[in-house]
Design a protein. Structure first.
Length: 295
């Protein structure tokens, strides 16, 4: 009976102690939370005060900066106005200088154009004069060409006539037997006939004039010495020096083929004298074109 009473008493005490403990715990938590909140609020208040002070300082600095900037802007505006004024003044000077230079350049251009026109006029005058002179020269040249053509035609006619005369002269030339009994080729008795012989081209011809002298006179590839002359009888005596030999041809007459042989030629060399005076003779030496030693 007593045990049951004790158990009931114990249960009753447990039933009211548990809520009490919970309430106390809640109160403790709330106290701690309040304390934290009070500390946090205190810190926030301090931060807010500091922030307000910083804002106030920034506002003061901003006001000072705004004042400074206002003064700077005023200064810049003043400088800008001064620069505009100076620029306007400089622009005016530039415009005036440009106008002056434009007038100066225009005057120079006009002067140069006038000089150029004068120069062109002068050159045109010279060209016209040159053209007139050239026309006169061309006319003169045309006349000279016409005269030259006439002269050429005349010369051609004369040349053709000379050729015909030479051909006739060649046909008229006579052949004679030389002093060595060998039939000679055509004999020339004057310069015209000698020119005709040269036109034939069969032999070489060397003209000469010999004075009476003891000194040999070279004619072609031989040497001649005129010993005597007899103009009354048209005779002469000549010494031939060739092949290291000396051969005297005595009392030969004009236009007579005086013949002699050299070791290097099969055909004879011939001397023909066309004129004899007291002191000299005139004629020519005829030699073969082809040299070939005789057997």
């Amino acid at each position: 009976m007593n045990d049951s009473s004790d158990f009931s008493k114990t249960n009753n005490e447990s039933s009211w102690k548990t809520p009490m403990a919970v309430a106390i715990a809640i109160m403790v938590v709330l106290a701690v939370a309040n304390g934290y909140l009070l500390v946090r609020v205190s810190n926030l208040s301090t931060d807010l005060a500091s922030t307000r002070a910083d804002v106030t300082q920034m506002n003061t600095a901003a006001a000072a900066s705004a004042a400074t900037e206002s003064e700077t802007v005023k200064g810049l505006r003043a400088d800008l106005e001064a620069a505009k004024s100076e620029a306007n003044e400089s622009a005016g000077k530039v415009r005036n200088e440009a106008r002056r230079l434009t007038k100066q350049v225009a005057a120079k251009v006009a002067e140069d154009q006038q000089k150029a026109q004068q120069l062109i006029d002068g050159e045109l005058t010279e060209v016209k004069q040159s053209a007139t002179s050239a026309h006169e020269k061309i006319s003169g040249v045309s006349q000279e060409v016409a005269a030259a053509k006439t002269q050429i035609d005349t010369t051609t006619t004369q040349a053709n006539q000379t050729a015909a005369d030479l051909k006739q002269t060649v046909s008229d030339l006579k052949s004679m037997t030389g002093d060595m009994g060998v039939m000679s080729g055509k004999i020339a008795t004057n310069a015209t006939e000698l020119a005709a012989l040269r036109q034939l081209g069969e032999r070489n011809y060397f003209e000469f004039t010999l004075d009476r002298s003891k000194t040999p006179h070279k004619v072609g590839d031989i040497q001649l010495v005129l010993k005597r002359t007899d103009p009354k009888r048209s005779k002469y005596t000549v010494e031939v020096q060739a092949d290291d030999k000396q051969v005297e041809k005595r009392d030969k007459t004009i236009n007579e083929p005086v013949q002699f042989y050299l070791a290097k030629a099969r055909q004879p060399y011939e001397i023909v004298v066309n004129e004899v005076t007291k002191t000299q003779v005139t004629g020519y030496l005829s030699t073969p074109k082809v040299h070939m030693a005789r057997n």
